[in-house]
Design a protein. Structure first.
Ligand code: PLP
Length: 564
């Protein structure tokens, strides 16, 4: 205490508070061991916690709550009324009764840089850092570092370690990419709210145009999910109820569901064991030995006598199926080809026939994409798209997604409510320019896994055939000790997945198809061995090193050579 200060009697000063000179305090509470610099004013109903450091010239107004261990730099300005006015409408000077104080809270351990201004009703999270000179206009999450005017999140600091337990590694981090694009994405929400254009319109059309450009196709029709994209693509390309559609058993169930929902029956062909994708050899064998031409020359299945009309190769894990021979067989047998590119946004295939790289989604009669949030290009909800070079097919899908109408209330056929909403289209348009970079980061992480695990004979690594430039939606390894490896990684805090544990022909949902166990030996063996390791564009070197260390720790303890 000294004679240059003005400390009102109602101030609650804690023990061992250190005060500099020219300080003005009234009606406030200051916690133990806090230090307050020169020319600081703290108003009534403000409270400062213990062990805080309030640097000189800062102004802490009524309504501000500062928790323990907070650092306030020089000249920090708090504001507690959103719309301050000097006089009322009647011209009279405002009094305290007109003042609307809004509470601001600075959580434990946060630091506010010199010259920052904190607008009213703001919460600054625990341990967050506000850069010098920032203007904070919205809440700051815990551990965030923000700066600028208006303050934006630059990154997150590591929380102070409470123990020496290693940092967990998620299988997929969906939060970071959304925080990185927060401003753009929130702008899309705001524009959508302001326009109330929720369904259809130019936002959807713009996304369709740019997605078609990315896929190198003439048309893209945005729909409500990847499953609808597959179903509409099959229906619009001529698959009829009662047909058979060929696909693989090691895919997400949606591939087969869409076939059934189009009224057809899925029939499976086994996969290639190095690529995990449809084996063109097995497809040929199937067409030659399990199908025949009926009396009218139609290709029919020997399983059920139904017309075989289409094939759906799946670009699983973001790696291309071997399209040249599949397209050749489809051409020879008169089959429609619908690519399931739901995991392969931006993947490329080198076509020897055309002597150039081709984009996933540009090779079949049509292709289906999913924008489920975890996909390489994901919406903030559900979404999907069909790509095609066929104008009438695109038109057919537009009708199917919109109750069979091309003109409002004139329904040429019975369709579906299968549109992509405009909000998701806007969000996808904001994300699409980042897809190439995200895919490049995924490829780099995959190359790192391949390099760092290369000497380990107990693990079969993800394979990229020479004709595929994969986009590593998933990075899948094989291990003869899969359950043990998965449990070891789980105990080390590392997330993994199995894509997929039961091949479709052995799922309860498809017992009626009557496939015995052993019908597709390659798919069945892989289902027992595969494990998806953490893979996402923001996977850090440190996180990846932890995954690799733990995989190696497990395999060196078991030393079990497994199928490559
Ligand atoms: C291979 C495959 N096909 C189809 C789908 C279905 O997509 P959606 O979930 O958007 O309906 C998915 C999505 O998980 C998929 O991975």
């Amino acid at each position: 205490m000294n004679s240059y200060n003005c400390i009102a009697e109602d101030v609650k000063l804690g023990a061992n508070v250190k005060l500099s000179k020219f300080i003005n305090l009234y009606g406030c509470a200051i916690g133990d061991d806090t230090k307050i610099g020169a020319f600081v004013e703290i108003q009534k109903n403000a409270s400062i916690g213990k062990r805080c450091k309030i640097s000189s010239h800062s102004f802490i107004c009524e309504g501000v709550v500062i928790e323990d261990n907070v650092f306030i730099g020089h000249g920090v300005m708090f504001i507690n009324d959103r719309y301050p006015r000097a006089a009322n409408a009647d011209g009279k000077l405002q009094t305290e009764a007109d003042w609307k104080v809004e509470r601001t809270i600075i959580r434990k351990g946060a630091s506010i840089g010199s010259g920052a201004a904190i607008l009213s009703k703001i919460s600054i999270g625990e341990n967050a850092i506000v850069g010098a000179g920032s203007v904070v206009t919205k809440d700051v999450p815990r551990n965030a570092i923000v700066a600028g005017n208006p303050a934006r999140i630059l990154r997150f600091i590591e929380p102070l370690k409470k123990s020496l337990a290693p940092e967990p590694v998620p299988f997929l981090d969906l939060v970071t990419p959304h925080l990185e694009l927060e401003t753009e994405l929130v702008d899309v929400f705001r524009r959508t709210l302001h326009s109330a254009n929720f369904v259809g319109g130019s936002v959807v059309e713009e996304f369709e145009k740019s997605f078609a450009t990315m896929c190198d196709t003439a048309y893209c029709v945005a729909v409500s999910s990847g499953t609808d994209a597959l179903r509409f693509a099959l229906m619009a390309s001529g698959v009829q109820p009662g047909d058979v559609v060929l696909t693989v058993p090691n895919t997400f169930i949606a591939t087969a569901e869409a076939i059934s929902q189009a009224g057809a029956t899925p029939e499976f062909v086994d996969i290639d064991q190095t690529t995990s994708n449809m084996s063109a050899g097995k497809l040929q064998e199937h067409l030659e030995k399990s199908c025949t031409r009926n009396s009218s020359g139609k290709l029919v299945s020997l399983r059920n006598g139904m017309r075989v009309s289409a094939v759906v190769p799946v670009h699983l894990y973001g790696q291309m199926a071997d399209m040249d021979p599949i397209l050749k067989l489809a051409g020879d047998y008169g089959l429609v080809v619908v690519e399931d590119a739901c995991q392969a946004h931006g993947a490329e295939y080198f076509s020897k026939k055309l002597n150039r790289w081709m984009k996933a989604g540009s090779m079949g009669t049509a292709a289906a994409f999913s924008f489920y949030p975890g996909k390489n290009l994901g919406a903030c909800g559900e979404g999907g798209a069909v790509t095609t070079n066929d104008v009438s097919l695109a038109g057919g899908i537009k009708m199917l997604r919109d109750h069979g109408q091309a003109r409002k209330y004139y329904h040429d056929l019975e369709g579906y409510n299968g549109r992509l909403d405009a909000l998701q289209a806007g969000l996808l348009s904001a994300k699409l320019p980042h897809l190439e970079e995200w895919n490049a980061l995924r490829r780099a992480r995959a190359a790192d896994y391949n390099r760092l695990l290369a000497d380990n004979s107990a693990i079969g690594l993800a394979h990229e055939p020479s004709w595929s430039r994969g986009v590593y939606h998933l990075y899948v390894v094989r291990s003869g000790e899969r359950e043990g490896l998965m449990n070891h990684l789980k105990a080390a805090g590392i997330g993994t997945g199995i894509h997929y544990p039961i091949p479709l022909h052995l799922q309860k949902a498809y017992v009626a198809l009557n496939y015995p166990s052993g019908a597709f030996p390659v798919a069945e063996r892989l289902a027992d061995e595969i494990l998806s390791l953490p893979m996402f564009p923001q996977l850090t070197g440190r996180q990846q090193s932890r995954v690799v260390e733990e995989v190696l720790a497990f395999t060196s303890s078991t030393l079990q050579p497994a199928g490559r």
